[in-house]
Design a protein around this ligand. Structure first.
Ligand SMILES: Nc1ncnc2c1ncn2[C@@H]1O[C@H](COP(=O)(O)OP(=O)(O)O)[C@@H](O)[C@H]1O
Ligand SMILES: CC(=O)OP(=O)(O)O
Ligand SMILES: [Mg+2]
Length: 404
């Protein structure tokens, strides 16, 4: 029972092939620079050297074809034939208000994803290209979509509405949707299992700190609030995204700097955050290294980044009238010892105490980094969005619920 998971971006396509009988990854990889000169395919099989191929891959259909060729390659492949793929699951960032859970793809679902292009112009059109490319290459294989927004559909209106004229919500669906839901869902359940408790018994603040970053208040197993908004720009400071700012800055800067809408969008999404303040890099590893070498802008960038996370944790502890678990996940959250330390240093008023030695342990497992006497369990939980997508796809396409 093999499920292929696809995360399609505008010029890239990441994939993982799962054997769902034991939830193991048979192969994974990515195609980068689709539509540009010299596209790169990197293909990994556990225990084998990575395969890297440079060729010209002009669009997503060809990229999927290339992935299928690699998966069935006599030397590097793991499948006898593409017929051994039973289902395909896609990450879709924006599901709007229509999707509260993962669904199998049909004409209506595709139409709805298209309707949401406006709300996620960077993400949804690329996902649609991935869906159509799989359809062209594997016309008889069921496909499912798993939405970043679905987990957050439990937020109450007081969390998801903006205090602007309600006509904007009624007419244009302007509201908070939240993202990284697949990750927040997965890691919060992993955290509860690690603690031997039911998710319904816990107040969790989940910090998904990767390239994109968001915090979520997860009250009794359900998303109650989250820092990303109508788009993945709001909330925390990120690698290249500004996060929260006074909305009046947008027209003011446009006016003063004579910026167009697309320029101001690009400034806030691609030229802000860690990159802008450090003047150096959007990568936390490089910022920390520069800080340790004495760079003042890098130090300020690090401080601002940690401070924003700490403010959200405090806000969400207040939102839920308490906090039992604080968890860190994703690239920075799982790996940056100094970032976790700096965030937690200001949270002792919650009875939260980090254990420095535990915080320094590196492992790919869920682990506790708080001290034994801490009133809040602080955990590092590796995320696995692909596994959750594979599970949902398997359940919908092959399991008893959605057999075609
Ligand atoms: N050892 C590390 N220390 C600090 N930051 C790290 C480390 N490893 C990875 N990162 C950060 O993780 C980020 C990527 O996170 P990830 O969750 O993979 O993001 P995305 O899925 O959004 O691309 C990188 O930009 C990098 O800053
Ligand atoms: C929604 C989002 O920000 O995704 P990513 O972290 O993959 O950029
Ligand atoms: Mg990510």
């Amino acid at each position: 029972m093999n499920v292929l998971v696809i995360n399609a971006g505008s010029s890239s396509l990441k994939y993982q092939l799962y054997d769902m009988t034991n939830e193991t990854v048979l192969a994974k990889g990515r195609v980068e620079r689709i539509g540009m000169e010299s596209s790169i395919l990197t293909h990994e099989v556990e225990g084998e050297p990575d395969v890297r191929e440079v060729s010209e891959i002009l669009e997503h259909t060809a990229a999927v074809r290339k992935v299928l060729d690699m998966l069935t390659h006599p030397k590097f492949g793991v499948l006898r034939a593409i017929g051994d793929i039973q289902a395909v699951g896609h990450r879709v960032v924006h599901g709007g208000e229509s999707f509260h859970e993962s669904v199998l793809i049909d004409a209506d679902v595709k139409a709805e994803i298209r309707r949401l292009f406006d709300l996620a112009p960077l993400h949804n059109p690329a996902h649609m290209m991935g869906i159509l490319a799989v359809e062209a290459n594997l016309p008889d294989v069921p496909q499912a979509v798993v939405f970043d927004t679905a987990f957050h559909q439990t937020m109450p209106p007081a969390s998801y509405l903006y205090a602007i004229p309600t006509v904007l919500y009624r007419k244009h669906k302007i509201r908070r949707y939240g993202f990284h839901g697949t990750s927040h869902d997965y890691v919060s359940k992993q955290a509860a299992a690690f603690l031997g408790k039911a998710p319904e018994a816990l107040k969790i603040v989940s910090c998904h700190i990767g390239n994109g970053a968001s915090c979520a208040a997860i009250l009794h197993g359900k998303s109650y609030d989250t820092s990303m908004g109508m788009t993945p720009l709001e909330g925390l400071m990120m690698g290249t995204r500004s996060g929260d700012l006074d909305p009046a800055i947008v027209p003011f800067a446009m006016n003063k700097e004579e910026l167009t809408l697309s320029e101001v969008n690009s400034m806030l999404n691609k030229h802000s955050g860690l990159l802008a303040i450090s003047g150096l890099s959007s990568d936390m590893r490089e910022v920390v290294q520069a800080m340790e070498e004495g760079s003042e802008p890098a130090k300020l960038a690090f401080e601002m980044y940690a401070y924003r996370i700490r403010k959200y944790i405090g806000a969400y502890a207040a939102a839920m009238n308490g906090i039992d678990v604080l968890l860190f996940t994703a690239g920075v959250g799982e790996n940056s010892v100094p970032l976790r330390k700096r965030v937690c240093e200001g949270l002792t008023f919650l009875g939260l105490e980090l254990d420095d030695a535990r915080n320094e342990v590196r492992s790919g497992e869920t682990r506790r980094v708080s001290a034994d006497g801490s009133q809040v369990d602080v955990l590092v939980v590796p995320t696995n969005e692909e596994l959750l997508i594979a599970r949902d796809t398997y359940r919908l396409a092959i399991g008893p619920k959605g057999k075609r």
